[in-house]
Design a protein around this ligand. Structure first.
Ligand SMILES: *[C@@H]1O[C@H](CO)[C@@H](O)[C@H](O)[C@H]1NC(C)=O
Ligand SMILES: *[C@@H]1O[C@H](CO)[C@@H](O)[C@H](O)[C@H]1NC(C)=O
Ligand SMILES: *[C@@H]1O[C@H](CO)[C@@H](O)[C@H](O)[C@H]1NC(C)=O
Length: 328
C-alpha cells in the first residue's frame, strides 16, 4: 500500500515537472543600447586558468579595446573554469580566474555566459547560482536565454547536452542535473529556440553556444548541431553563430546563406597546431593563438573584428544586413 502511494506521488511529481518543462520559455533580459542606437560587445571563450596561458594578456587587451569601443557587455562562449568548472559557489577559482583577471574598468559590465563541456565536469549548478552574482555582480550564466538589445536579439543556447559523446564517456563525470532525460531536454530546447527566433522582430539575430557548428580546429564540426540546430538558424535568418570550444579565432562564412560562423575560443590555452583543410571561399580567417572577438552593431551595419594578445586587429569583417540587401 505504502509503495503504491509513493508511486502515485512520484507519478504526480513527474507530471508536474513535465508541465513546467513544457511550459518553460527561455528567460529574457533587456539590455539598453547607446543613445545613437549602436551596440558593441566583446566575445571570449575557453578562458578560466587563473591568468595563465596568456589569459591575463588577453584580458588586458580586452580592457583596452573595450574602452575604445565603449562596449555594452561581454559574452562568454563557455568553458569558463578549467579544468572542471567550479566545485561550488565558494570556489576560489571564481575570483582567481574571473574577478581578479578581468579588472579593466571597461570590463566592469554585464557578462552573459553559457556553460561549456568543462563547466559540466564540475558543479554546473554552482555557475548558474545567483549566489555568484552576489560575489561579482557582472556574472550571469544560464543554460539558455535571450537578450534583447535594441536592433539585436541574442539567443544563448546550451550546446553541451547535444553532444552524444559526453553521455557515453566513461573516464569523465558530468553534472547532468536538470538535463536528463537528454532527448527531451534537447528537443524542448530546439523548439524553444525555434519559437523564439520566429517571434523575434529584431533586424539582427545572433546565436551563442559553446560548441562549434563548423570549425577547422581540432574539435571540428559538431555533427549533432549541424543536424539539429543549424537548420533552425538557417530557416530563421540568423546572422551570426558565435562559439568557443576550439581554442582559436576563426571566421567561416557560408556560400548559401548570410550566416557567419565565428569561433572565439582563444581566452587562454591555445596554439594547438592542428588545423584541418577547409574550402578557402568560406574560410575568411583562422588564427591558432590567443585573443578575442569584438563587434559593433548599428541599425545598418555589423562589424566583427578579432584581436590577438598584443592588441593587433587580425581580421575585420562587415555586413550591412540581410542577404537580399547585401546582394546589391
Ligand atoms: C555611437 O556612440 C558611441 C559612443 O557612445 C560611439 O563610440 C560610436 O562610434 C557611435 N556609433 C555610431 C554609429 O555613431
Ligand atoms: C602567449 O602569446 C605569445 C604571443 O602570441 C606566444 O608566443 C606564447 O607562446 C603564448 N604563451 C602561451 C603559454 O600560449
Ligand atoms: C573595419 O571595417 C569597417 C567596415 O568596413 C570599417 O568602417 C572600419 O574602419 C574597419 N576598422 C579597421 C580598424 O580597419
Amino acid at each position: 500500500m505504502a509503495m503504491i502511494k509513493s508511486l502515485a506521488v512520484h507519478l504526480l511529481l513527474y507530471m508536474v515537472a513535465m508541465t513546467v518543462m513544457v511550459a518553460a520559455d527561455l528567460l529574457r533580459f533587456k539590455h539598453p543600447v547607446k543613445a545613437n542606437g549602436s551596440l558593441s560587445f566583446l566575445a571570449i571563450g575557453d578562458w578560466g586558468r587563473r591568468g595563465l596561458y596568456n589569459q591575463s594578456k588577453v584580458a588586458y587587451q580586452m580592457g583596452k579595446v573595450g574602452e575604445k569601443m565603449d562596449v555594452d557587455f561581454i559574452v562568454s562562449t563557455g568553458d569558463n573554469f578549467y579544468d572542471s568548472g567550479l566545485i561550488d559557489e565558494h570556489d576560489p577559482a571564481f575570483f582567481d580566474s574571473f574577478t581578479n583577471v578581468y579588472t579593466a574598468p571597461s570590463l566592469q559590465k554585464q557578462w552573459y555566459s553559457v556553460l561549456g563541456n568543462h563547466d559540466y565536469r564540475g558543479n554546473a549548478l554552482a555557475q548558474l547560482s545567483p549566489e555568484l552574482r552576489q560575489r561579482d555582480n557582472r556574472w550571469l550564466c544560464m543554460r539558455s536565454f535571450i537578450v534583447n538589445a535594441g536592433k539585436v536579439d541574442f539567443f544563448f543556447v546550451d550546446t553541451t547536452p547535444f553532444h552524444g559523446k559526453y553521455f557515453s564517456e566513461t573516464d569523465q563525470e558530468y553534472d547532468w542535473r536538470g538535463v536528463l532525460p537528454r532527448e527531451d531536454y534537447v528537443s524542448e530546447l530546439l523548439k524553444d529556440v525555434d519559437v523564439a527566433l520566429k517571434e523575434s522582430s529584431a533586424k539582427w539575430k545572433v546565436v551563442v553556444g559553446h560548441h562549434t557548428i563548423y570549425s577547422a580546429g581540432v574539435h571540428g564540426n559538431t555533427e549533432e548541431l549541424v543536424d539539429k540546430l543549424l537548420p533552425i538558424l538557417l530557416e530563421n535568418d540568423v546572422n551570426l553563430y558565435i562559439n568557443g570550444h576550439d581554442h582559436c579565432l576563426e571566421h567561416i562564412s557560408s556560400s548559401n546563406s548570410q550566416l557567419q560562423f565565428l569561433t572565439s575560443g582563444g581566452g587562454s590555452k591555445a596554439w594547438r597546431g592542428d588545423i584541418n583543410p577547409w574550402n578557402l571561399d568560406e574560410m575568411k580567417f583562422y588564427y591558432d593563438g590567443q585573443g578575442f572577438m569584438a563587434a559593433e552593431i548599428t541599425e545598418n551595419d555589423l562589424v566583427v573584428s578579432f584581436y590577438d594578445v598584443f592588441g593587433n586587429m587580425l581580421h575585420n569583417w562587415s555586413n550591412s544586413g540581410n542577404s537580399r540587401r547585401s546582394a546589391w
